[in-house]
Ligand binder design. Structure first.
Ligand code: SF4
Length: 316
């Protein structure tokens, strides 16, 4: 069942996930499509996420947006205070942390090499911020050669997070603490619980599919539109029940990104080795954390593989 509607206000709205937004020209969503989107969310009882471009909107748009409870997602350089702030300039993290609103979630959208190089400042940021989501932009290029660098990064960040918990400050960082408090999968669920409305009035499983439509020049990747409703072909393929590897996996915090699946394996429901290894390194680092008993964390079993696909083959 759908639970969330993400509305891209403009073609240049900030990207908050793996893929870069290829659109460079402004195209604001027509006001009637925005109104229909909000009406759709009300009728379907969906929570709304509004994704902003990096310029000020006309007042009539702000009034329409304010007619429904919503979550704002903005780029860090935007003046609007927001629930979710995307930082993709790794060299400016220190500045943004100094100005941070502690109620906001900060998404660090970094290439892996910038992430590893930013370890020290991220460890400082954890002492201040309450929630950080790390998103690696170039997952497709993550190779076995990156494993040791990511382990080192996670282990060092885990030490800081554990120290903060010991002090009574409980920072959340998706790649470490989410798994500690999950007993069941908590994936992105694009196309199952989440749907995106783009400025052209069409629905997409998530913004990445809209961006791909631009890059693929002519290929239609939409799954319905605001006038005729949702029309997802083979909706079962997006579901965990139809993902044979993921449904027996306990990296519960993994995004299980269906866009990455499609990019890297050509199948919506087959995960890439890159995504699985990253999620398992995070799972294993979470297991090593020293969190006081009072927080009642989940048990994470010992395993001897990083890619569940390897384990499947081994046990055949
Ligand atoms: S780690 Fe791999 S198998 Fe496990 S949920 Fe993520 S994508 Fe699926």
């Amino acid at each position: 069942m759908m639970k969330f509607l993400t509305i891209l206000l403009d073609d240049t709205s900030v990207s908050f996930c793996h893929v870069d937004n290829p659109y460079t020209e402004r195209k604001l969503i027509p006001i009637d499509i925005l109104k229909k989107g909000i009406m759709y969310a009300m009728k379907e009882n969906l929570s709304v996420q509004i994704v902003y471009p990096n310029y000020d909107l006309p007042d009539e748009y702000l009034k329409v947006i304010d007619s429904i409870d919503h979550t704002n997602i903005v780029h860090s350089s935007h003046s609007l205070s927001a629930d979710i702030v995307v930082i993709d300039e790794f060299d400016k993290l220190e500045t943004y942390v100094r100005q941070a609103d502690l109620d906001s979630i900060y998404v660090l959208r970094y290439a892996k090499k910038d992430l590893f190089a930013s370890e020290a400042i991220i460890r400082e940021a954890i002492k201040v911020l309450n929630r950080i989501n790390i998103v690696i932009k170039d997952v497709e290029s993550f190779s076995d050669l990156d494993i040791n660098d990511y382990i080192k990064f996670l282990d060092n960040v885990a030490i800081t997070v554990s120290q903060e918990f010991a002090k009574g400050h409980n920072p959340q960082i998706n790649v470490l603490t989410d798994r500690l408090f999950l007993e069941n999968p908590n994936h992105c669920n694009a196309g199952v619980e989440n749907i995106t409305l783009s400025p052209n009035g069409c629905f997409y499983p998530c913004p990445a599919f809209y961006y791909d439509e631009y890059s693929s020049k002519g290929q239609i990747l939409s799954v319905g539109n605001i006038d005729d409703g949702l029309a997802i072909k083979n909706p079962q393929l997006y579901k965990l029940d139809f993902a044979p590897i993921c449904r027996i996996c306990d990296a519960y915090h993994c995004r299980r990104c269906v866009w990455l699946n499609k990019q890297l394996t050509r199948e919506i429901n087959t995960p890439s080795r890159q995504q699985c290894i990253i999620a398992h390194l995070e799972r294993n680092a979470a297991k090593t954390m020293n969190i006081p008993e009072v927080y009642n964390i989940s048990y994470i079993p010992e395993i001897d593989y990083l890619d569940p696909f390897d384990n499947l083959i081994k046990n055949k």
